[in-house]
Design a protein. Structure first.
Length: 236
């Protein structure tokens, strides 16, 4: 195995609490004291029972949730940004250049075909139009999305087909940091194996990968380290 490269993600004392405004301001602590890092060329997996805060950690890094305490340092080509205090402009820049994210759900513009959705992500890397479509087609083919579906909107697809388009879109833009939230949950064994190969390829290219994997076998195959999020539960 190639030794990991420089640090790309560092979480230092991170905490998050949700305030339930419709429940009289009740407070629901999610995670507390989260500390770990991810380096270039490695895959770190988050483990723990459902509801323990794994997806919340990914969303804190991506900026979907506000950080209540601590630091979330993300290293981009232009320097290190603390997501906890980053401006909206800085977060948009990080998402354009540094952070890739495959969520559990595919959200797309209605009536836009699968090939165009994936190619648009590649074009964000500055890839020319035809090259972006070629990259998109290659990923869709590897993920066994039937060619007859490429020009149809994914809203018409099955759950597994939608998730494969979702993965293709997340990988088409070759970001140096890749966040994966249950990427193989809706896939069969053959497509799970393909996703493992694609993750390994991104690691070889130097990407820092942080993921949640429902399937323990997949987690063991792709992860260089596994972090039990239970240790960051409030009161742990």
């Amino acid at each position: 195995m190639v030794s990991p490269g420089p640090e790309r993600i560092l979480l230092d004392g991170v905490a998050k609490t949700f305030v339930m405004h419709l429940r009289g301001g009740a407070r629901l602590p999610v995670v507390c004291g989260v500390c770990f890092s991810v380096r270039a060329g490695e895959c770190v997996a988050l483990s723990g029972p459902s509801g323990i805060g794994k997806s919340s950690i990914l969303k804190l890094i991506y900026g979907n949730y506000r950080v209540d305490a601590g630091r979330v340092l993300v290293t981009a080509e232009t320097g290190t940004v603390d997501v906890a205090s980053a401006s909206p402009r800085q977060m948009l820049a990080l998402r354009r250049t540094t952070l890739g994210y495959v969520s559990q759900f595919l959200r797309t513009i209605p009536r836009v075909g699968a090939l165009d959705i994936v190619a648009a992500a590649a074009r964000e890397d500055g890839v020319a139009h035809q090259d972006a479509r070629a990259r998109a087609g290659d990923l869709l083919a590897k993920l066994n999305v039937a060619h007859r579906l490429w020009h149809l909107p994914p809203a018409t697809f099955s759950g597994g087909e939608q998730q494969r388009v979702n993965i293709a879109r997340g990988l088409a833009a070759r970001r140096p940091i890749l966040l994966l939230d249950e990427p193989t949950a809706a896939l069969d064994d053959m497509n799970r194996a393909t996703v493992v190969e694609l993750i390994e390829a991104r690691k070889r290219e130097g990407a820092a990968v942080l993921g949640i994997f429902h399937d323990a076998d997949i987690r063991e195959r792709v992860a260089d380290r596994i972090i039990d999020v239970t240790q960051f539960a409030p009161g742990a």
